[in-house]
Design a protein around this ligand. Sequence first.
Ligand code: AMP
Length: 593
Amino acid sequence: MAVDSINPSSPSCERDVEALQFIEEMTRNADSVQQKVLAQILTRNAQTEYLNRFELAGATDRRTFKAKVPMVTYDDLQPLIQRIANGDRSPILSAQPVSEFLTSSGTSAGERKLMPTIKEELDRRQLLYSLLMPVMNLHVKGLDQGKGLYFLFIKSETKTPGGLLARPVLTSYYKSDHFKNRPYDPYNVYTSPNEAILCPDSFQSMYTQMLCGLYEREQVLRVGAVFASGLLRAIRFLQLNWKQLANDIRTGSLSPKITDQGIRGCMSGISRPDPCLADFIEKECGKGEWDGIITRIWPNTRYLDVIVTGAMAQYIPTLDYYSRGLPKACTMYASSECYFGLNLNPMTTPSQVSYTIMPNMAYFEFLPHSTSGFAPGSPPKLVDLADVEVGKEYELVITTYAGLYRYRVGDILRVTGFHNSAPQFQFVRRKNALLSIDSDKTDEAELQSAVENASKLLSEFNTSVVEYTSYADTKHIPGHYVIYWELLAKDSANSPSNQVLAQCCLAMEESLNSVYRQCRVADNSIGPLEIRVVKSGTFEELMDYAISRGASINQYKVPRCVSFTPIMELLDSRVLSKHFSPSLPHWTPERRH
Ligand code: AMP
């Protein structure tokens, strides 16, 4: 990346030069920055209850740290985190006061994980955000000449028993002064007013953001959301609501469905009658053909700003359909625990995307990973950021300023190269995630227990589920889980009715984790779960097929999630009946325990 390839004469470019120089500095000195970060974290938190356990005796060097502090998972920390949530203000994990909890989309015992955070982490996240446009400006010129149509949302928040807020990291960020009072920046002008982004009602928020995006359709240079699923939900929203939106634009009014006073107030300065624009929207949306709708409505869009790596890769064909193949920029890699890094080549094709972890964000270690799992025997040796090897896969392990020490994030990354001395990683997958439509992640154990719970409804019919597999169906928006069931009915005169099987769908949904149920109930980002009953013998055929393709007969395991087209075709050709969840599962923002 050439820092001097940009024109430093305009003020915004000066800012860009500084940001790019910062990236260069951090990545050139990755190892020494990492050493400093670790020393800083350990010095500050030396007197915490957690670190005291390991008797570091003031040591802040990597060797002592690695020798004495164990690698942990969320479940190991859960009792400590629960104490903080219950109101214990003593320095348990971090010397600085815990400012709030960030609720991760990862789950533990079916509930969102709670990540304690401290105030200054907001600055660190802000710093990473501030690097994104300077990098983008190297690849796309003139982004200060228009606006970004970004569909951004807040989600519900709760209080822990001890009175701390618990909410997703983006909700925390959008509600912060860093976001709300951000200074004017010509490269970061959004069509969505803060009032719309900050409205907790997802319909009103989306409606207003879409309306503003339509009013300013000529100015829009980039269209985005955090994840691909969010952008597709916006397109679905347009398909369902374009008549009302066009009507509002024709008359310069605002639908009575929008009752939020903040939104109504700010829209009074934006709404205006524009019959030409209303005609245009009615013409384009009224065709009933949606291919290229993004480029048709927002013709100046240069790229889509959405994450399409990891689980979101399944949405690439649909995004291409709606945008006629516009480039898709995946700009950053982040989590509730820590913001990790950014993509220094954001216009690259999704399959080639690599993220450069920024060494100043936390102390990073890497657990070597092979497809057969971790080597048995001696404890695995973690590798430092600067020492990872190109081509190898690792699980990410972090030590953060907020007080996570050698914490396994659960992401598997592959090293693709280096930028200076900082490695670049392709996101391979989330460990254990089987099914994902939006921010939900369902693992094998969760699916298994959902099937078990639902199949209890079949026992009075002397029927059992002999085999099952699953599929994330994203052909329609919102996507939904499809579960294939092969049933064994011992009493054909008394087999389960369609109604019972529909109840099984709901029972499965009730058993799935709270992120799934929130997506279903509050976000409408997942559709009703479907069970497809297949003919008896189907799973044997599936095994025969796998063996014909070289699988070992002794080691064959039924895949609990499928996506390979020939297998889908085989399964679908054996379907006897299809059933859908008849209602929404139970969900409230409050945690169950
Ligand atoms: P959350 O726990 O809700 O904060 O989600 C964080 C997780 O989302 C990460 O650990 C990754 O598994 C996934 N994620 C975040 N950014 C990306 C990205 N750019 N590409 C793929 N997966 C991502």
